[in-house]
Design a binder for this molecule. Sequence first.
Ligand SMILES: *C/C=C(C)/C=C/C=C(C)/C=C/C1=C(C)CCCC1(C)C
Length: 264
Amino acid sequence: METLTLSAGQYNLIYNLISMTLAVMGGAFIFFLAASNRISRDHRASMYVSAVIVAIAGYHYFRIFGSFGHATTLLEGGGYEFQAALFNDAYRYVDWIITVPLLMVELVLVLDFDDSTRRKFIAKMTIAAFLMIALGYPGEIATAQSSILLWGTLSTIPFVYLVYVIWSELGDAIEQESERVQILMRNTRLLILFTWGVYPIAYLAPVMGLEGATAMTTLQVGYCIADMAAKAGYGVMIYSIARQKTIEHGGVQDQVARSAQPAE
Ligand SMILES: *C/C=C(C)/C=C/C=C(C)/C=C/C1=C(C)CCCC1(C)C
C-alpha cells in the first residue's frame, strides 16, 4: 500500500474541508427539520428525507475525519506522512449507496407523480445508483492507472443513464408547474448535473498526471465540495420547490387552521 507525503498546506486543506463538510451537514440537518413546518403536508416528507440524508453523511464525515487523522503523522522535517492502508475510503462509498437513492426519493416527494410512476422511478434509480457505486469502488482503491480507468468507465455507464433519466423525467414533470416552480426545477436539474459531474472528475485525479499527494488532495477536496452541494445545497433547492408549491396551494393548511382558532 502506498505512503504519500502531504505538504502542510495539503494536509490543512483536506483536514479543514472535511471539518467544514461535517459542520455543513449538521447545520443542514437542523435547517431541514425546522423548515418542514413551512411545507404543506403533501410535500413535507421531502424535508424529513433530506434531514436523514445529511445525518447519514454527517456521521460518515465524522468517521472520515477520524480516519484521516489516524492515517496521517506529522513528519519531523515538516509535512505529513499519509498511509493509504490506514485511511478508510469505503465510508464515502457506503454513504453514497444509501444517500444517492434517498436523494431520488427526496426529489419525487416534491413532484406530483402518481404512485406507480414514483415506484418505477425509484426502482430504476436505485439499481443504477447501486451499479454506479459498486463498479466505481474497485477503481477507487486501485493504484494501477489501468484499473482506475477500467472501473471508472464501467461506472460511467449507469451514471449517464441516471443523469439521462433524471433529466427527462424532470422535463416531463416541469410542464405542469407554475412558472416559478419551473425555474426552481430547472435549476435543481442543473445543480444535479454539475455537482454529480464533480465525482467522476475527482475520481480521475490520479490518472490526470498529478503527483500522488496532489492527486489525493484534489480527489478529497472534490468529493467534499460535491457532497456539500449535492446534499445540503440540493436540499435547500428542494425546500424552495416545496415552499413555492405550498404558497401556491394556499399555505400550510394545518397551521392556518390552528392559528385561526380564538385565543384563550
Ligand atoms: C451524496 C453523494 C452523491 C450525490 C454521490 C454521487 C456519486 C457519483 C455521481 C459518482 C460517480 C462515479 C462515476 C460516474 C465514475 C467513477 C466512480 C464514481 C463512483 C466516483
